[in-house]
Design a protein around this ligand. Structure first.
Ligand SMILES: Nc1ncnc2c1ncn2[C@@H]1O[C@H](COP(=O)(O)OP(=O)(O)OP(=O)(O)O)[C@@H](O)[C@H]1O
Ligand SMILES: [Mg+2]
Length: 312
């Protein structure tokens, strides 16, 4: 399952040999993105009242190398979908497949980046990036070459010896992205990775992710509450609804790349998506309300900069 096939043309790291010794190869590692399929996936879990339905009939086909953003209110099952793809949980009904193979559990072909970088505080940035490679038994020289390559890619090479508490939030998230890429996954799962960052740092990191994606052609599933972020980054925005979590709408984003943070076309499309969200939220509220309902703020268009915050 490990990414770096021995002697493969596109690999800096070779797989450990029988003696567990890895040898560095010449070119940078590159495993292209893999397809993902959620086929009519439902998930229910037990609760005090019996069971609670978390996802209902979610079908999503992602082609290899596609950049998909999941956008939706709190509780719509976005993180649950990432967990299913990561193999951390299993659907009650339906299938989850990557590269046409059923997901049986976690694997190095899929990596997750969380909102809080989750770098190990007791390890330097370099050692954090090398950690998954060490677990795989790769030799020090190969690990060092790979961590240098990745830390240069996220512009953190100069800080390789620093510990997480010595880095800014944006630097920690870039470090987490480098660590996620260390094993050269085919699929990168990103769960609100920039939610805790200030707006400017966030925009810079959006540009970084787009650049890394363009260079590596990984398949990326990126969860966000931010409409503009979704439209700026995605080939396709998948809008989720809640109670139970389900897909409400998909919007293809056929805008040229790289996309600037202030691109007017991004703004226009984000406005359209925000309006749709406003009407979906209102529709759900009407369905759930047992008497006449007027959605708050229902008179104006949605604001694309808004966060689809908790509790919507
Ligand atoms: N293992 C579990 N047991 C019980 N309930 C769960 C479990 N996992 C998720 N849930 C519930 O399922 C729903 C969807 O959760 P999930 O975390 O996927 O939503 P989300 O869209 O990622 O929300 P947020 O935007 O707040 O991160 C929530 O109501 C959550 O409480
Ligand atoms: Mg979540």
């Amino acid at each position: 399952m490990f990414a770096f096939a021995k002697g493969s043309a596109g690999s800096r790291l070779a797989a450990p040999d029988a003696a567990g010794v890895a040898t560095p190869a010449a070119a940078p590692a590159q495993r292209a993105g893999a397809s993902l399929d959620l086929e009519d996936v439902s998930l229910s879990v037990p609760n005090e009242a019996g069971t609670v339905e978390i996802l209902r009939s979610v079908s999503l086909r992602v082609v290899a190398g596609e950049f998909v953003c999941l956008l939706g209110p709190s509780g719509s099952g976005k993180s649950t979908i990432l967990n299913l793809i990561a193999g951390l949980s299993k659907p009650t009904v339906g299938r989850v497949r990557t590269a046409e193979v059923d997901v049986a559990g976690p694997g190095l072909d899929r990596a997750i980046v969380f909102q809080d970088a989750a770098l190990f505080p007791w390890l330097s940035l370099r050692d954090n990036v090398e950690f998954p490679l060490k677990l795989q038994g790769h030799a020090a020289a190969a690990r060092a070459a790979r961590s240098e390559e990745l830390l240069r890619q996220v512009h953190l090479w100069r800080f390789a010896g620093r510990f997480p508490h010595e880095l800014s939030g944006g630097m920690r998230q870039r470090g987490a992205i480098a660590r996620a890429l260390a094993t050269d996954p085919a699929v990168l799962l990103m769960d609100e990775p920039f939610a805790a960052l200030d707006a400017q740092t966030r925009e810079i990191l959006q540009g970084e992710v787009e650049r890394i994606w363009s260079a590596t052609r990984k398949t990326i599933i990126f969860v966000t509450h931010n409409v503009r972020e979704a439209v700026r980054l995605a080939d396709r925005v998948v809008l989720m609804g809640t109670r139970p979590g389900r897909v409400l709408h998909e919007e293809r984003v056929d805008l040229p790349r790289p996309r600037a943070a202030n691109d007017a076309r991004v703004s226009a499309l984000a406005n359209g998506v925000a309006r749709r969200i406003a009407s979906e939220v209102e529709k759900v509220a009407r369905e759930e309300a047992d008497d006449a309902w007027v959605a708050p703020g229902a008179h104006g268009p949605g604001d694309p900069r808004r966060q689809l915050g908790r509790g919507i």
